[in-house]
Design a protein around this ligand. Structure first.
Ligand code: AHR
Length: 495
């Protein structure tokens, strides 16, 4: 069975630049996300570079991660930065009340995160504590991080081993303050935001982008109130949206054991990102017609029930071809909204929710989601090119989504890149793309697919799902034709 799709690429009508930061990642003190996932300590038998596990560092470097958000999440509004500085053996042990009630040794703190960011070559996005903190605490954290003076706080940083100030690229004023970040109303948070944000002070040339803590999914009132009351005080506003395949937080479904109905239902939930981003953007347009304020989807991804036998508070889940489809679908939506969506962070980087990387002691696997991010690397910093597509629906039960989605961009390498996703798990799709405003002769690239909807990489078979060369595309005259395998993501370079 085969799907036929027609499309037109308009290379002569360039849109906004797809900011590299749309490919950002979120890393929270949650489960094995930081401890074991990134940080094992210098004395660990697991090969490490100054305490950071070597395999994970190399995998992240290869992915060109543009930005990492830390330390939360919910953890951020319960985190006091002073707990995480100074000699490691003297740092206080706290209880991570949010995630499993486990001991938080604070051995990964400000220095460890900022140095990690330098090690993997990524921008830094810190989330500050509004829920249980004070403006003074937030202001002093910024001083500790960025001051080049001889102030007592800057000298404390030096005494702790860091002479030069770090670059703080983005600073979030709280996280989910409608929920775990303080159970606030939009009005209350708006006032607090203005207050706290005023103390996010840093020297000229090292001022972070100030990010207000945004809405949960379709809470449009939150965006409305924040934009009305504080648009002038912020550089960006966040949005969080998680795909829950069943739509029921109490029973989200398994990451690996699922049928085709669950596949379709998951994709429908993923498609909702389009409506969410459009509607939040429309509200922002009312108060900020010049689009000065970015919309940062700084938590997104699929959230399943945890893997059987694992600690429920650790949010550890496997990752399959279904997650690869969600990742590609979502990134395609972000590209379309590149004028407003200027940063996004998938939840999360290692061992938590829709992870890029899974570890088990000294073993590591790269997930299908990792490979989608790898395929999409040429879109970091590319200029969006409109692509009209006329695809039939893929339908299962009451769930229906376009069978094929596509996105295009002119990369910083000068080439046009085309990403094509066929979400139908049963049918190949042949797409004919009329190329306008560009003359290309070859279309080469890679494809990610797997034999099953639940194909995945395991510690026993780490390379079961991996991109391979794609040989199914040709260009004749001004028409590119590609035959996409069922459930596949293809990224092509046009030359
Ligand atoms: O990513 C897990 C949690 O999801 C984060 O801590 C929180 O911000 C969100 O609810």
């Amino acid at each position: 069975a085969q799907t036929k799709v027609g499309a037109t690429l308009r290379a002569d009508q360039p849109g906004a630049v797809i900011q590299p930061e749309v490919y950002g990642q979120f890393a929270e003190h949650l489960g094995r996300g930081i401890y074991e996932g990134v940080w094992v300590g210098e004395d660990s038998p697991i090969p490490n570079i100054k305490g950071y596990r070597k395999d994970v560092v190399e995998a992240l470097k290869a992915l060109k991660v543009p930005v990492v958000r830390w330390p939360g999440g919910c953890f951020a509004d319960d985190y006091h930065w002073r707990d995480g500085i100074g000699p490691r053996d003297k740092r206080p042990v706290r209880v991570n009340v949010l995630w499993g009630g486990v001991e938080e040794p604070n051995s990964f703190g400000t220095h460890e995160f900022m140095d990690f960011a330098e090690l993997i070559g990524t921008k830094t996005y810190l989330a500050g504590n509004v829920g249980a903190g004070t403006p003074q605490e937030m202001g002093q954290w910024l001083e500790y991080l960025t001051s080049d003076t001889k102030s007592t706080i800057a000298n404390e940083r030096r005494a702790n081993g860091r002479d030069k100030p770090w670059k703080v690229d983005f600073f979030g004023v709280g996280n989910e303050n409608w929920g775990c970040g303080g159970q606030m109303t939009a009005e209350h948070y708006t006032n607090l935001y203005r207050n706290f944000a005023e103390f996010v002070r840093a020297p000229r040339g090292n001022r972070p982008v100030k990010v207000a803590s945004g809405a949960n999914a379709q809470d449009y009132n939150w965006t409305e109130v924040l934009m009305k009351g504080a648009a002038k005080n912020m550089n960006a506003l966040s949005l969080h949206y998680y795909v829950i395949p069943t739509g029921d937080w109490g029973k989200k479904g398994s990451a690996t054991v699922f049928d085709e109905q669950a596949w379709g239902d998951t994709l429908v939930q993923a498609e909702k990102m389009e409506e969410l981003v459009s509607k939040h953007s429309a509200i922002m347009d009312k108060y900020d017609p010049d689009k000065k304020v970015g919309l940062y989807v700084d938590e997104w991804g699929v959230w399943y029930d945890v893997e059987p036998g694992t600690e429920p508070g650790f949010l550890y889940q496997q990752n399959t071809m279904r997650d690869a489809m969600v990742a590609a679908t979502t990134l395609n939506i972000f590209h379309k909204h590149a004028d407003r969506v200027r940063l996004a962070a998938i939840a999360q980087m290692v061992n938590v929710l829709q992870a890029m990387i899974l570890t088990d002691k000294d073993k590591m696997v790269l997930t299908p989601t990792y490979w989608v991010f790898d395929l999409y690397k040429p879109f970091q910093g590319a200029t969006f090119l409109p692509l009209e597509i006329d695809a039939p629906q893929y339908t299962i039960g009451k769930s229906s989504v376009p069978a094929v989605t596509a996105t295009a961009g002119k990369g910083t390498d000068g080439l046009v890149h085309l990403a094509l996703t066929n979400v139908d798990p049963n049918k190949t799709a042949t797409i004919s793309v009329k190329l306008t405003g560009l003359s290309a002769k070859t279309a080469k690239g890679r494809v990610l697919t797997g034999p099953e909807m639940s194909s995945r990489n395991t510690f026993e078979k780490p390379d079961a799902v991996k991109p391979v060369e794609f040989k199914g595309a040709t260009i004749k005259g001004d028409v590119l034709t590609a035959t996409l395998p069922a459930k596949s993501v293809v990224v092509l370079d046009l030359n």
